[in-house]
Design a binder for this molecule. Structure first.
Ligand SMILES: [Zn+2]
Length: 167
């Protein structure tokens, strides 16, 4: 997705364009500051209990009505593990402990993040209830997985089904 900035976020002046650090970037002549568009970072959380995985049904687009692992954006000042715990709680009302870094994915589909960090986690408290951008949630075994959306959720769940995902 192309990003555009027309006005300086610091002083409000219209931006020009300048070649800086290897590419053309928006540039504020008043502040003498280039605009850097940073990647949006998200976390996704694989939670297994017994032989089942926790999935949420998306309440909103992209991927409305399809299922995915709990996930969400990392705030600019937030550790990714903390974001994983927070997002899981917002979407499922379950408290989790992060166990392991599973993978880091680039953007490969209509997901809104540019970089997706995947963790495995274990439920340590709370009562499962869908919230935030989750319309529903459920625990699914390898034989009854619902229609999934988003590359990281699909990849991790496929690996889990095939027995190659080490949690
Ligand atoms: Zn400025």
């Amino acid at each position: 997705m192309t990003r555009i900035a027309r006005f300086c976020a610091l002083c409000g002046q219209p931006l020009s364009t300048l070649r800086h650090s290897g590419r053309l970037r928006p540039y504020c002549n008043a502040c003498e500051t280039p605009v850097y568009f940073d990647p949006k970072v998200a976390v996704v959380v694989f939670i297994q209990r017994g032989e089942r995985v926790l999935l949420i049904q998306r309440a909103v687009d992209p991927g409305k009505d399809k299922w995915a692992l709990p996930a969400g954006f990392v705030d600019y000042d937030e550790a990714p593990e903390a974001a994983a715990i927070r997002e899981t709680f917002e979407e499922t009302h379950l408290k989790v402990r992060i166990d392991k870094l599973l993978a880091v994915y680039p953007k490969r589909d209509e997901g809104l993040a540019d970089i997706i960090i995947a963790y495995s986690a274990t439920v340590i408290g709370g009562t499962a209830e869908a919230g935030d951008d989750a319309a529903d949630l459920g625990w699914f075994n390898r034989e009854n997985l619902p229609p999934l959306v988003f590359y990281p959720s699909i990849t991790l769940t496929n690996e889990w089904r095939e027995g190659t995902l080490i949690l």
